[in-house]
Write a protein that binds this ligand. Structure first.
Ligand code: ASP
Length: 324
């Protein structure tokens, strides 16, 4: 390939590389200061998640440990109705969880349609580390979790059960309305002091979904993707639309081609729009982090926000750019 983009090198060295070193005559080098560590995660509940991740990152811990520890915070928080304990159930009243994790070596683990386990992300990590597989679902995932020593607990809180009963009495819609109340997966991307990336994504999925439905969040490439040579991405929103576009893999590939993180997310949102004629009725948001610590987000409709923590800027919430 010999187009100009081939010659645009994004570098974390903070210095311009000599053309001769790159073996080409014309070089438009974009110097990007290396920022490390970084914790980046979706929605308001990303703030406390980042804090937990930061404790590990700041002490020199791994991106993988940080991502797992970070998303465990909303998983255990009953006030977060879209992740883990206290998550909104499916139409039958069952809370079923999806989660996946990926590290800097491209190793990954995932669980889907998992019931009664407070921390699906930690089960996903065990799948990655203790089995030759990537994904376990349903009864098999639960059996595996039991074998690994995870204890079972009811995830349906009385408050959430009351909401579900009301929804049922009002004979809820076939597809739940898309808004920030029922659509807040936590996806987290971390960059550690050694320059390695990892990611984690965990959710109770779309509220009042069909029993057995699995969304994008536990699907590597759809809800999460990490390539340590380039960057990582995670997704939130209507999972079916994200799966159709293999959204997070796409974001990372756009970054590999030289696009910055927000622009890569924007291009992936455009692809989602192309593939989903009903796009004005759905929300999809992508969040991305590069190897150099740059971050960005883009979504269909206003309302998606994310939390970022860096050494210089502290832990703060930012609004994503949007198409509408
Ligand atoms: N993406 C998730 C799903 O479709 C939902 C969400 O982001 O809240 O399961």
């Amino acid at each position: 390939m010999s187009d100009r983009r081939t010659f645009i090198k994004r570098t974390a060295l903070g210095a311009t590389l000599a053309p001769a070193l790159l073996g080409c005559e014309e070089v438009a080098t974009e110097s990007v200061p290396a920022v490390r560590p970084v914790a980046l995660s979706t929605w308001n509940h990303g703030l406390p998640a980042n804090e937990a991740a930061w404790e590990i990152l700041w002490q020199g811990g791994t991106a993988l440990d940080a991502a797992e520890a970070g998303v465990r915070v909303p998983e255990a928080d009953p006030r977060v109705s879209t992740v883990g304990y206290g998550g909104l159930p499916d139409r039958d009243g069952a809370v079923t969880l999806d989660a996946c994790i990926m590290d800097h070596e491209g190793r990954c683990g995932s669980v889907a349609f998992l019931k009664n386990i407070m921390h699906p992300i930690s089960v996903a990590r065990k799948v990655m580390e203790e089995t030759p597989h990537v994904m376990l679902v349903g009864e098999g995932a639960l059996q595996f979790a039991r074998d690994q020593g995870f204890s079972e607990t009811s995830l349906l809180t009385p408050e959430v059960e009351a909401l579900w009963r009301r929804w049922k009495a009002e004979s809820g819609p076939a597809r739940p309305p898309i808004n920030v109340e029922n659509h807040d997966t936590i996806g987290m991307l971390t960059l550690d002091q050694s320059g390695n990336l990892a990611g984690a994504c965990t959710t109770s999925g779309a509220a009042y979904k069909y029993h057995g439905r699995v969304g994008d969040s536990p699907i590597i490439g759809a809800g999460l993707y990490v390539d340590n040579a380039v960057g990582g991405a995670t997704a939130t929103g209507w999972g079916e639309a994200v799966i159709r576009a293999v959204g997070c893999f796409l974001v990372v590939e756009f970054m590999r081609q030289g696009h910055g993180p927000e622009d890569a997310c924007r291009l992936a949102v455009e692809r989602v729009i192309e593939k989903n004629p009903d796009w004005r009725e759905i929300q999809v948001g992508f969040l991305a982090l590069t190897k150099a610590g740059e971050y960005g987000a883009y979504c269909i409709a206003p309302g998606f926000n994310f939390a970022v923590q860096t050494p210089d800027g502290g832990n703060r919430l930012l609004d994503s750019a949007s198409r509408i």
